[in-house]
Design a protein around this ligand. Structure first.
Ligand code: FA5
Length: 336
C-alpha cells in the first residue's frame, strides 16, 4: 500500500512539470506503459496475501484511473494551448497589399487579333487549318507540282515525302473550296514554317490568308478590300500600290505595298527611304486552282491574299529584328 501512495506522490509532483505534449507522453509511458509504475504494482500482486489482494487491486485500479484522468485533462489543455499558439503564429494579414504580375498578350497575338477583327468587320468568316500539311494541299492543289521551281522559295521541314510543316496559309484556299460552295469570304490566320532565318525572316512566322470567291469578282474588288484594310489598320491616309508578281496559284499575281504610315510616303528609316512597305502577296485565283477544287472557273472567279502578320507587327511597333519577338525576353515584351 505504501508503494501505491509513493507512485501517486511521485506522479503528483511530476504532473505540474508537464508543459508540452512530448513530455506528457513520456510521463504516460513512465506510469501507464507496459513496464510502467502501475504495471509494476500489478506485478507485485503475487507477493500480497490472498485476503489483502482485493483491496490492493482496487487501490491500484484507482491510482491508474487517477493518473489516466489527470493526463487526459492535461492533454486537452495542452492541445488547446498549442493550437492557439500555432494559429497566432500562422495568422495571415489579408490586408497586406500583394504585388501581382499581370500577364498580357504577345504583340504578334495582338496584331493577329486586330487584323482578324478588321476582316470580320468586312464580312469575312474566320477559319483555321492544320499546321502539319500534306504536299497535296500545300503545293499540288495550288498548281505547284512536285518539280516546280516555286518550291525552292518555300523550302520547309518535312516529316516524310508527303507530309510537311505548311509553308503558307494558302492550302486553306484549297481546303475551303473543297468543302464550301461560293459565295466564299474567309480569312485564315495561323503559323507557317520555312527554312529561313534573318532579321526579317523567321523559320516560324504567322500569315493570314484571305479568299473571296463569287460571280464577277475582279482585281478591283481585291484593291477595294485591301485599300479599306490598310486605312483601318494604319490610318485613313494610307494608300496601296500593286506591283506585278508571280504565284502559281494566282493569275495575275501582285505584291502589295502600303504607303509608309510613319512618314506619309515621303521616305524614312522605316520604309528604307522608298515611302512604301511591302505587306503581302495576292492575286486572282488561278482558274486551274478553282477547277482542282471542283468550282466551275467559267462561272466563278475570286481573289486571294497572304499577309505576313509578323511583318505587320514589326511595322506597327517599329521593331527592326523579327527574331526579338520569338526570344520571349520579358524585358522586350513588356514594352508592348
Ligand atoms: C506567300 O506565302 C503566298 N502564299 C501569299 C499569297 C496568298 C499569294 C494568296 C497569292 C495569293 P510570300 O512567300 O510572299 O507569299 O509570303 C507572304 C508574306 O509572308 C510576305 O509578304 C511576308 O510578309 C511574310 N513572310 C514570308 N516569309 C517570311 C518569314 N520567313 N518570316 C516572316 N514573314 C515572312
Amino acid at each position: 500500500m505504501d508503494n501505491i501512495s509513493n507512485v501517486q506522490k511521485s506522479f503528483d509532483s511530476e504532473k505540474s512539470k508537464i508543459k508540452n505534449l512530448n513530455f506528457l507522453n513520456e510521463i504516460k509511458v513512465k506510469y501507464l506503459g507496459k513496464s510502467g509504475e502501475v504495471s509494476l504494482l500489478m506485478k507485485n500482486m503475487k507477493n500480497i496475501s490472498p485476503q489483502d489482494r482485493p483491496a490492493f487491486g482496487k487501490k491500484v485500479n484507482e491510482i491508474r484511473d487517477y493518473i489516466e484522468s489527470n493526463l487526459a485533462k492535461i492533454e486537452t489543455e495542452l492541445a488547446e494551448k498549442e493550437k492557439k499558439a500555432k494559429l497566432k503564429k500562422e495568422k495571415i494579414d489579408v490586408t497586406i497589399p500583394v504585388k501581382i504580375n499581370k500577364g498580357s498578350l504577345h504583340p504578334i497575338t495582338t496584331v493577329k487579333n486586330e487584323i482578324t477583327e478588321i476582316f470580320t468587320g468586312l464580312g469575312f468568316e474566320v477559319l483555321e487549318g492544320p499546321e502539319v500539311e500534306t504536299d497535296y494541299y500545300n503545293f499540288q492543289m495550288l498548281n505547284i507540282p512536285k518539280d516546280h521551281p516555286a518550291r525552292d522559295m518555300q523550302d520547309t521541314f518535312y516529316f516524310s515525302d508527303n507530309l510537311l510543316l505548311r509553308t503558307h496559309t494558302s492550302p486553306m484556299q484549297a481546303r475551303t473550296m473543297e468543302v464550301k460552295k461560293p459565295p466564299i469570304r474567309m480569312v485564315c490566320p495561323g503559323k507557317v514554317y520555312r527554312a529561313d532565318d534573318d532579321a526579317t525572316h523567321s523559320p516560324i512566322f504567322n500569315q493570314i490568308e484571305g479568299l473571296v470567291i463569287d460571280k464577277k469578282i475582279t482585281l478591283c474588288d481585291l484593291k477595294g478590300i485591301l485599300d479599306e484594310f490598310v486605312k483601318i489598320f494604319f490610318n485613313k491616309n494610307t494608300k496601296t500600290r500593286f506591283r506585278p508578281s508571280y504565284f502559281p496559284f494566282t493569275e495575275p499575281s501582285v505584291e502589295v505595298d502600303a504607303s509608309c504610315s510613319e512618314c506619309g510616303g515621303k521616305g524614312c528609316k522605316v520604309c528604307k527611304g522608298t515611302g512604301w512597305i511591302e505587306i503581302l502577296g495576292a492575286g486572282m485565283v488561278n482558274p486551274k486552282v478553282l477547277d482542282n477544287a471542283g468550282i466551275d472557273s467559267k462561272k466563278y472567279s475570286g481573289f486571294a491574299f497572304g499577309l505576313g502578320i509578323d511583318r505587320m507587327a514589326m511595322i506597327k511597333y517599329k521593331i527592326n529584328d523579327l527574331r526579338l519577338m520569338y526570344e520571349n525576353d520579358i524585358r522586350f515584351l513588356k514594352q508592348f
